[in-house]
Design a protein around this ligand. Sequence first.
Ligand SMILES: O=C[C@H](O)[C@H](O)[C@H](O)COP(=O)(O)O
Length: 229
Amino acid sequence: MDQQDSADRDKAAAAAAAVAEVEDGMLVGLGTGSTAAHAIRLLAARVADGLRITAVATSHASAEQARAAGIRVLDFAQVARVDLTIDGADRIDPRLFAIKGAGGAMLREKIVAAASDRMVVIADGSKYRQAIGDASVPVEVLPFALASVAARLGEGAMLRQVGRAPYHTDNGNPVLDWNVTLDDPRAVASRLDAMPGVLGHGLFLDQVDAAYVAQDGVVTRLEQRSRSH
Ligand SMILES: O=C[C@H](O)[C@H](O)[C@H](O)COP(=O)(O)O
């Protein structure tokens, strides 16, 4: 088995562990990305077997996948609370600090995570580090503020592109991938949170309640002991 197959198997194993937490009657938040796609597939299989749930999605792609697989997806704009959200991450560490947004969904993901009683990250072992820090931080910016925010972030900020065109999120906004030192993630997050024109970013420092990380088929659960939403 090549490395990609084994990472994909680990993504599926982590997803299965999280999907096992879903109970009848729950409103489930569906994350975005290749690992979350496994969770949606496995959840749909449980729905086909009789599990009764509703869901909200953090991206158009996840909503489409879920609906096509038979999951009832509500409009999140009408939803105040979510029971359990299952989502991927680009980096996760033992503090349950995460970097998200390689797929551009971090703003909706953070909004849904903040509305969730429990937010669980699922990841293969390649995402796990002793401390987050070697991935750039995606920053979603109001188009009006693009140049001014890029100037404030400095040389480390690169406009995300698809081919030669600027990438746009599901919200219609551009993304700056910011290569920044993360010795003090809270200071970096506070700086971004306070910057006019920044709509959201991929540093998740207070949202993750638990993580399932799978390496070579072995799933490890990391649990945040005290988290108040
Ligand atoms: O914007 C995308 C999300 O934050 C994803 O959950 C994250 O990038 C992980 O994606 P994947 O499971 O495909 O590695």
